[in-house]
Write a protein that binds this ligand. Sequence first.
Ligand SMILES: NC(=O)c1ccc[n+]([C@@H]2O[C@H](COP(=O)([O-])OP(=O)(O)OC[C@H]3O[C@@H](n4cnc5c(N)ncnc54)[C@H](OP(=O)(O)O)[C@@H]3O)[C@@H](O)[C@H]2O)c1
Length: 236
Amino acid sequence: MENKNFVIIGGSSGIGLAITHQLAEQSHDVFIGSRTAENIPVMNNVHHFQFDALSDDVPLDKLPESLHGLVYCPGTINLRPFRQLKDDDFLMDFRINLLDAVKVIQQVFNQLKKAPETGSIVLFSTVAVQTGMAFHASIASAKGAVEGLTRSLAAELAPKIRVNCIAPSLTNTPMAERLLATAEKQKATAERHPLKRFGQPADIANLACFLLNDESSWITGQVLHVDGGMSSVKMF
Ligand SMILES: NC(=O)c1ccc[n+]([C@@H]2O[C@H](COP(=O)([O-])OP(=O)(O)OC[C@H]3O[C@@H](n4cnc5c(N)ncnc54)[C@H](OP(=O)(O)O)[C@@H]3O)[C@@H](O)[C@H]2O)c1
């Protein structure tokens, strides 16, 4: 298999870390931008650069000249009753989920364009965009914008760069820790899903890696649901 270069913003934890493991085990070079680095595997083909999406520009001197793919993982789960949500909650969710993703894509655009074949961008939405869920007004609004960005960019960047988005349901990562903190919460969450379990990082990473690789070379502009059936299956 050809060795490729991928940037994973937020490859230090949860889904991004699972993607990092899979790509690194396939011998690809993985460049992780994140604020922390302690969980990142120590491997010759895994490289870390210090990066806070809220304040930093991507340090292009730490990246190779051409990139085959980019994954943007930073996100939020800010669940509150609508009446408690302030402007700042909406603005922060919009900023980290959408605007900082836009900034990163713009900054690594030239590297993605230089990929010998098609480049691939993978973004993250949530099941709560397609399926209305209480207390998700802020995050669902921000991720809805990510879905719009996905389709728009897929049109604009075709055929050179593919752009797709994954919409997971609740997945066992540090971000979701509070929602899965007890055995009762875990059982109730599993029960709500048609497939009777909540997600694991590898469930989502499997699709992300497929979207980054050439097996998905005829797929762009898609929002793909990895959600145990939550968004489309009704159990009677
Ligand atoms: N887990 C779920 O249940 C779930 C459900 C639906 C959608 N999603 C979406 O899936 C994506 C991945 O979530 P996850 O659960 O894997 O989250 P996670 O475990 O919290 O990981 C988030 C990653 O993003 C990085 N990050 C966060 N803020 C950053 C910033 N300001 N600058 C740079 N890096 C930053 C973190 O690294 P550092 O802390 O080291 O900076 C970490 O590597 C998110 O977009 C999330 O909204 C998750």
